[in-house]
Design a protein around this ligand. Structure first.
Ligand SMILES: Cc1cc2nc3c(=O)[nH]c(=O)nc-3n(C[C@H](O)[C@H](O)[C@H](O)COP(=O)(O)OP(=O)(O)OC[C@H]3O[C@@H](n4cnc5c(N)ncnc54)[C@H](O)[C@@H]3O)c2cc1C
Length: 406
């Protein structure tokens, strides 16, 4: 007899929770996916991730999401490094160099909200995934046989739900991590990042769809998103004590955009938000039957676009292990390997790389800037070095390295 407790309880229908449920379902494993947002406000979330690297596209393709999001995104083989002070293109990288390494030698610029929208539709249609929206996870208990999660359901009643394993895909504020007393080790940057979305075609100025722009005064990132409305997102640093409202006043946003690139007319600003950036990795990714994945386990600066991507990689790694355990083909210790692999990648790749990326863009010492830019030029000009660089930036190298971890 199949008991309710044979399923996996997944908390959070973000990209990580949804990919986990879909990857489990594809292998015949049932899951119950709990999401506190309602059907009415699910697609009403703050803009966040959106650059999907080649390795992630392969995974999304396996569970049927790629074909849904490709028409909603921009295929972007190129990305640029610019020096804003000199108004000069430093280096151009072309993912075409990865054509022997991946079926997807490009990134897909497709926002998180479109991914969860399409993934949610696939999950809703899958008979092995039960979705409980408008349901908040509160706490859980575990024993040798399974887990019981306490939730507040859509009727605002407390309800206990049971499963064999519990995965927190709750994002950075994970209640599961807090309940387990797992340290979220790392630091928070004092400066917050201002994100301004504008309807303006930056390509006419020579920019690619993805641009990392170094400037000792005001570094930025510039990314292109498919409409409607067709728009570009520009990230800027802010001073730690600046007032959030003043920073986002329409005049202040216009002034910042005009300083960035005087367009000769006011910019059409379609949105803005301000966010705090953390570099943190959970001390443990698993305690007994409770497992952390995605932002619940690690958060990082978005410079380099690695948070959602590496979270989705967690989901696929975990799905494979949970499937084998539930089929009786592997011991529960396989989950320790999940922790060894994905925690290593979070620290040695995602954290290390995104910390380096931020340093590179904000470097103030002119001699170090020059050295950094020369290094980027040299790397981009040499196909072997450029390929190695792209293997790292596209997270393919991190997946290959994880495979080597016993
Ligand atoms: C400005 C910005 C840009 C970014 N750009 C990129 C990028 O280009 N590429 C990239 O890879 N990453 C990027 N990131 C990071 C990326 O957004 C996150 O890493 C990613 O969204 C994490 O996915 P997740 O599923 O783990 O968590 P989340 O996306 O946070 O989803 C968590 C889900 O769990 C639900 N939930 C939370 N608590 C509960 C509860 N108690 N009960 C029930 N449900 C709950 C939430 O409602 C939500 O739906 C960016 C982040 C920011 C801020």
């Amino acid at each position: 007899m199949e008991r309710a407790s044979d399923r996996v309880i997944v908390i959070g229908a973000g990209p990580v929770g949804l990919c986990l449920s879909l990857a489990l379902a594809q292998e015949g494993v049932r899951s119950l996916l709990v999401e506190e947002l309602t059907p009415d406000n699910f697609l009403d979330q703050v803009p966040r991730a959106g650059t999907n690297h080649p390795a992630t596209l392969e995974m999304l393709d396996r569970i049927g999401i790629y074909e849904k999001i490709e028409p909603r995104g921009i295929i972007a083989p190129l990305f640029h490094y610019w020096d804003r002070q000199a108004n000069e293109l430093i280096a151009e990288f072309d993912h075409a160099l990865l054509k022997e390494d991946t079926r997807f030698p490009y990134v897909l610029q497709c926002e998180r909200i479109k991914i969860v929208d399409e993934a949610m539709k696939l999950a809703q249609a899958h008979p092995l995934i039960e979705i409980r929206m408008s349901t908040s996870f509160l706490s859980f208990a575990q024993d040798a046989d399974g887990v019981t999660a306490l939730v507040t359901n859509e009727e605002s009643e407390n309800e206990a739900i049971s499963g064999r394993y519990l995965v927190s895909g709750e994002g950075a504020r994970s209640n599961v991590r807090k309940q387990l007393g797992i340290e979220f080790e790392g630091f928070t940057y004092p400066d917050r990042t201002l994100n301004i979305e504008v309807a303006y075609d930056f390509k006419r100025h020579g920019y690619a769809d993805r641009n990392y722009i170094s400037d000792p005064e005001e570094w930025s990132n510039l990314f292109h998103w498919k409409g409607p409305p067709e728009r570009w997102r520009v990230h800027f640093p802010t001073e730690p004590d600046e007032d959030a409202q003043a920073l986002q006043h329409p005049d202040a946003l216009q002034a910042r955009m005009k300083r960035f690139l005087p367009a000769g007319h006011p910019y059409e600003i379609v949105g803005s938000n301000l966010y705090t950036v953390h570099q943190r990795v959970a001390e443990k990714f698993r305690m007994g039957r409770a497992i952390l994945a995605g932002d619940a386990a690690h958060v990082n600066s978005p410079i380099g676009a690695m948070g959602m991507n590496s979270g989705i990689h967690d989901a696929f790694n975990l799905a494979e292990k949970l499937t084998r355990i539930l089929r009786g083909e592997a011991e529960e210790t396989a989950l320790d390997r999940y922790e060894r692999q994905r925690r290593h990648i979070a620290i040695k790749h995602t954290q290390a790389q995104t910390i380096r990326n931020k340093r590179l863009l904000q470097e103030k010492d002119p001699a170090v800037r020059r050295r950094n830019h020369d290094e980027l030029r040299r790397t981009a000009a040499d196909p072997a070095l450029a390929r190695a660089f792209l293997l790292r930036s596209s997270l393919i190298e991190s997946l290959r390295e994880a495979e080597q971890i016993a």
